[in-house]
Write a protein that binds this ligand. Structure first.
Ligand code: NAD
Length: 382
């Protein structure tokens, strides 16, 4: 198969879907790699490295026209306008693999349908042990959690660690992590390493032990969370009365905190608003909120996507596409996940697996044969 890697042209995107180290592995499995000239440059992977590993450098038009499998960071509802235009040049019956943001309708999905393109959406990789090495969401969330802790430290006018100096003692900063999935766990680990006193909360009760094992405190709240986890290990959306009570209980916690990192998300849905303007007013002046959920509406009512704002004396950071800020390693991890995912599409005999043969392939294949594959995606993908 010919695997094509276009340069990512979205203004927020610095990553590349495939890094040079994957090229010989894919070639060994019988595939060819076409890479658009300059595709890896912004992430720190020059053209020469791809060439040395056996990839063919080509122009953008050829990447789209010649690929059997186009691999990309954003090839769906999150794609830039140029990608949407260039996708017209894909061969009928080709495949696209990427983070396709498959939760809302988009012209690209209609185009893929018309061209009978098979589309695989990596966000939908099931959270099962066999799929861990393909799990792009975990890879990216891990980096985002780390970067969020650094952003918080950089914007707080206090030190994170305790220091006993001849000029007096500096008390450690207090960090609170709201939502302890993959990003939240890394935010705990990083704020701890920087010396903060860390506490955390998540609606999923199973998280408590993980928080404690990282040396952070789990904040107990009197909320009924017995039914908060889906069978896939994600949080379920709770009703507004639950969130109202949660906000009430959080107010006291936030008053005592220098840094809040929020990561609370419900897959495919708008993130719950857990910090209102009234709650921000009660926070200590100079404290910092990093809202990692800002791209899905935000956990803080006052956060703005892509901006840092100061409201009521509190610095509120709404960073977008945080993993791209660590483009080198983000690309490295994504690329490894992609290699594993791609090779798993084929049986030992080298044939593409048929529907029903592999849970990972079935769950991620959102479009095939001109239409949406999953019952629950038909409404949005057509
Ligand atoms: P996510 O990004 O969907 O959500 C982030 C966190 O926000 C979750 O922990 C969620 O419970 C929490 N949250 C949602 N609403 C909240 C609220 N109102 N208040 C507080 N917290 C709230 O989550 P994720 O990082 O993708 O991880 C989801 C789960 O999947 C985790 O248990 C993770 O450990 C697990 N996981 C398993 C595997 C695997 O087994 N292969 C791989 C990756 C992740």
């Amino acid at each position: 198969m010919i695997i094509g890697v276009p340069k990512e042209l979205h203004p927020d995107e610095l990553r590349v879907a495939l890094v040079p180290v994957q090229v010989p592995r894919l070639k060994k499995a019988g595939h060819e790699v076409l890479i658009e000239t300059g595709a890896g440059e912004a992430a720190g992977y020059p053209d020469q490295e791809y060439q040395e590993k056996g990839a063919q450098l080509v122009g953008r038009g050829d990447v789209f026209a010649k690929s059997d499998f186009l691999v990309t960071l954003r090839g769906g509802a999150n794609a830039d306008e140029q990608f949407v235009k260039d996708a017209q040049g894909l061969q009928d019956g080709a495949s696209v693999i990427g983070m396709l943001d498959p939760y809302e309708p988009h012209d690209l999905f209609t185009l893929y349908g018309k061209k009978k393109i098979t589309a695989y959406s990596l966000e939908l990789i099931p959270r099962i042990t066999r799929a861990q090495s393909m799990d792009v969401l975990s890879s990216m969330a891990n980096l985002a959690g780390y970067k969020a802790a650094l952003l918080a430290a950089d914007n707080l006018k206090k030190m994170f660690p305790m220091m006993m100096t001849a000029a007096g003692t500096i008390v450690p900063a207090k960090a609170f992590i709201l939502g302890v999935g993959v990003a939240g766990l890394q935010a705990i680990a990083t704020t701890k390493r920087l010396g903060a006193v860390v506490s955390a909360y998540d609606v999923r009760p199973a998280v408590k032990d993980q928080v404690l094992s990282l040396g952070a405190k789990f904040v107990e709240m009197e909320l009924d969370t017995a039914d908060s986890e889906s069978s896939g290990g994600y949080a379920k959306a709770m009703d507004e009365e639950f969130y109202r009570k949660q906000r009430e209980l959080l107010t006291g916690v936030l008053k005592e905190t220098d840094v809040v990192i929020t990561t609370a998300a419900i897959p495919g849905k708008k993130s719950p608003v857990l910090i209102t303007e009234e709650m921000v007013k009660e926070m200590q002046p100079g404290s910092v909120v990093v809202d990692l959920a800002v791209e899905r509406g935000g956990n803080c009512e006052l956060s703005e996507a892509g901006k840092t704002v100061v409201k009521h004396g509190v610095t509120i950071i709404g960073p977008v596409n945080v993993p791209a800020a660590l483009a080198y390693h983000a690309s490295q991890l994504f690329s490894k996940n992609l290699e594993t995912f791609f090779l798993n599409l084929f049986s030992k005999e080298g044939d593409l697996k048929s529907p029903g043969e592999d849970e990972i392939v079935d769950t991620t294949r959102i479009l095939a044969d001109g239409g949406a594959v999953h019952e629950d995606r038909r409404k949005i993908l057509g």
